[in-house]
Ligand binder design. Structure first.
Ligand code: GLA
Length: 736
């Protein structure tokens, strides 16, 4: 049934079916006034905007700050069913408050004036509920929904799926809350959040994720009155199972269902042994007369004793922590031997210091503050993660950079025009010294524009001064983010030169410093940056927009890195953005990554095959065992750090019902071996089969499973492997 509604004081018409009132447009103003929440406020002179796309594309291009939307909605009497009414408003870039007939009914994110400061929730769906008995609702009359949006930077306003209002289904009243994984004697609670009684089935299944077979299932018929809950025990599974739980409720009258899934974090990487083992890269680039600082990454039973054979003159190695320091005045290759001993034995590794003009000869490995702390990063938070990097042993696997992203800059420069840190970072030089003393590296962030993406001070017209300041603090890495340079860049100038220019200016400034600063370009891939990043001496360059912790984001970014592969080589890396494992959140409120364990194995495998910079984006002080394990598999890391510096090529891609959905990526390694990632992009576990010749490889191959660090044997002609949903089999093969 169609029902035509005409709003009372507004010129637009809303069409409702029995189920839904769509809200394709709203009145809009780009300023802030609390009176805009008042239902009687006269908004007739405001402009009308579409609600499924940001305000930037509708005439408010450069506007950041507050804006208000007002919807006038006639709430049809047939929505008054006893079930609550849902207000779905798409998404708000970045934070918003929602008022219904003048009363605040919900909020998402936080405004700059809120305690704790601004928090963006730009990718969070906005859904609010009103009980049908709520006296705020005026049936068959005009109701006003006012939305106060704050845009912190970039695109702003309501966007995403079209907003609507509808009556909620009975099934929407069911909430399923399982105890977190890891808790003892776990329970799951099914509750009815509606006023009406809901009848249905509670189903608890435990599933083997290898082949998605159901291990156990239990079904209980329940009748849940208003506010009532039913609690069930969750059956335990074997330690370190590759499994999941599905908790489902099926409502009896509509047969509609709701489900919650929990995936068990299963560990693949074997424990490191007691014998010393030297990890990390085989080469390291340094410029003549720049300080060299490198910590030998090594595992084995502590205490370890570090030494080096053939150290260049004037170099020293700290025997206790393995930090090598020195300075070379002449270009050339310096071959040394790293040695690590403990009570159980000795390990040696050849290592080349390449003194020349190329840095980052293997992809940088470290940590960046953005994906966890967003703009709320502080000295304290960075130090907590740096300490964890050392205490949890990540540093022993080659993780080194500690990079501060946006949010460190003070609002104004000092009287000499120098950039200064805000009060969250009391002493940058001291922080740098502390990191270096522990064998870690120090990274920072800025923009060629007047402001950064987070609206902090940028480097525009202060590039030389800023590079000198960074050098004086001991900075080793600069991420340089286009952001507001978009306002300076002439919109009519589409020339490549105009896109390169800001990156050349900063590069010239960095070259003049008496220390090495790895240069990371961040401009989201504009003008195919991978084709010219090297010409501005960039060491890595972002190839896409920002990543977030969903399969959609990970897979669309990761699997699209196909045309960039010829441009990756030592010192020049394509960067598909920072990692989204562990506790992330882009602000003060962290959550566990929404990726399943298999999706995380895919993430680390793909980034290693792509020779991507590996920058962990989580709070390391809250590192769980699974994530630690994921980040410390030396055979997987070795794929990323391989000296050849090739990027994997996507060789096979299948997407059809008979062969399944999978992709095979192959990376050439030093010494003639190949690393191969077989990725299952479907939602079902699959057996993938192929002939080596489909990958243009010789017919007889010796295969090693890199995650399990286990030889699988010799495979003649054909290889087959079961790959979990959204998961990976990562192998190294050698022709025999
Ligand atoms: C941009 C970048 C992010 C991050 C933020 C900081 O969005 O792409 O990686 O640096 O800016 O504001």
């Amino acid at each position: 049934m169609k029902y035509l509604l005409t709003s009372i004081c507004c010129c637009f018409v809303l069409v409702a079916t029995a189920q839904k009132v769509e809200l394709p447009t709203a009145k809009f103003i780009n300023n802030d006034n609390s009176a805009y929440s008042t239902p009687s406020f006269d908004d007739s002179k405001w402009v009308e905007l579409k609600t499924n796309t940001n305000w930037d594309s509708q005439g408010f291009g450069t506007y950041d700050g507050y804006g208000w939307y007002r919807f006038h909605v006639v709430m049809p009497h047939f929505f008054n069913t006893g079930n609550p009414v849902r207000l779905y408003l798409g998404r708000a870039d970045d934070a918003c408050e929602v008022y219904f007939n003048g009363t605040l009914i919900g909020k998402s994110g936080a405004f700059p004036t809120d305690k704790g400061g601004y928090v963006t929730t730009w990718d969070k769906p906005l859904e609010f509920h009103l009980e049908s008995t709520n006296p705020l609702i005026k049936w068959d009359a005009d109701n006003v929904i006012s939305v106060r949006v704050y845009d912190g930077n970039g695109l702003g306003g309501l966007f995403g799926p079209m907003p609507y209002i509808n009556v909620m289904d009975l099934i929407d009243g069911i909430k399923i809350s399982p105890d977190p994984i890891g808790a003892n004697k776990r329970k799951v609670v099914f509750s009815n959040t509606f006023a009406t009684t809901i009848n249905g089935k509670c189903i608890i299944e435990s599933i083997d994720e290898e082949d998605q077979s159901v291990i156990s299932t239990s079904t209980t018929e329940v009748s849940l009155a208003k506010g009532q809950v039913k609690q069930f025990d969750i059956p335990a599974v074997k330690n370190n199972s590759h499994g999941s739980y599905a908790f489902t409720f099926i409502e009896n009258t509509t047969k509609k269902s709701v489900a919650e899934k929990q995936y068990l974090p299963y560990i693949l990487t074997p424990k490191t042994g007691d014998a010393p083992q030297i990890n990390g890269p085989k080469v390291y680039g340094v410029r003549p007369n720049s300080p060299f600082i490198f910590k030998i990454p090594a595992t084995g039973k502590k205490p370890l004793q570090y030494s080096v054979d053939n150290l260049p003159e004037g170099f020293t190695v700290n025997q206790l922590n393995g930090v090598i320091t020195g300075k070379l005045s002449r270009s050339g290759d310096y071959k040394i031997n790293l040695i690590v001993k403990n009570k159980t034995g000795i390990a040696k590794k050849e290592f080349t210091i390449k003194c020349g003009d190329v840095l980052a000869l293997t992809p940088p490995m470290g940590w960046n503050s953005w994906n966890c702390w967003g703009l709320s990063v502080s000295d304290e938070k960075l130090k907590a993660s740096a300490k964890a990097m050392m205490d949890k042993g990540l540093i022993d696997h080659g993780w080194a950079y500690m990079n501060i992203d946006d949010g460190w800059e003070a609002a104004t420069r000092n009287t000499n025009g120098e950039i200064v840190a805000n009060k969250k970072f009391p002493d940058m030089k001291k922080l740098g010294d502390w990191l270096h003393g522990n064998g870690l590296k120090f990274g920072i962030y800025s923009s060629p524009g007047t402001t950064t993406c987070g609206d902090y001070l940028g480097s525009y017209q202060h590039e030389m001064q800023d590079a000198a300041t960074y050098a004086s603090w001991g900075i080793d890495y600069l991420k340089y983010d286009w952001c507001s340079y978009g306002d300076i860049h002439d919109k009519n100038d589409n020339s490549l030169e105009s896109y390169k220019k800001p990156y050349e200016v900063m590069q010239t400034a960095l070259q003049k410093q008496n220390r090495d600063i790895v240069y990371s370009l961040c401009q989201y891939g504009m003008k195919d940056v991978w084709q010219w990043g090297e010409s501005v001496n960039g060491n890595c360059w972002r190839t896409t927009g920002d990543i977030t912790d969903t399969w959609q984001s990970l897979s669309s970014i990761g699997f699209s890195q196909t045309k960039q592969y010829p441009y990756a080589k030592p010192g020049r890396w394509n960067d598909p953005d920072m990692m989204i494992v562990g506790q992330v959140g882009w602000g003060d409120h962290l959550h566990n990554t929404r990726l399943t364990p298999d999706e995380q194995y895919t993430h680390v495998s793909l980034w290693s095959l792509l020779s991507a910079p590996l920058l962990i984006g989580c709070d390391l002080s809250k590192l769980d065992n699974f994530t630690l394990n994921l980040l410390t598999n030396d055979e997987v890391i070795a794929v990323n750090q391989d000296v050849l510096g090739r990027q994997a090529k996507q060789i096979l891609i299948r997407s059809n019902p008979s062969e399944g959905d999978y992709q095979v990526w192959v990376k050439e390694l030093e010494g003639g071996s190949q690393a191969i990632g077989i990725f299952n992009t479907s939602d079902k576990s699959e057996v993938v089969r192929f002939h080596w010749n489909e990958l243009y490889l010789l017919p007889k191959q010796k295969v090693r499973d890199l995650w399990r660090q286990k030889d699988l044997g010799n495979f003649d002609g054909m290889f087959s492997t079961r790959v979990p949903a959204h998961g990976v089999t990562l192998i190294k093969i050698t022709a025999n």
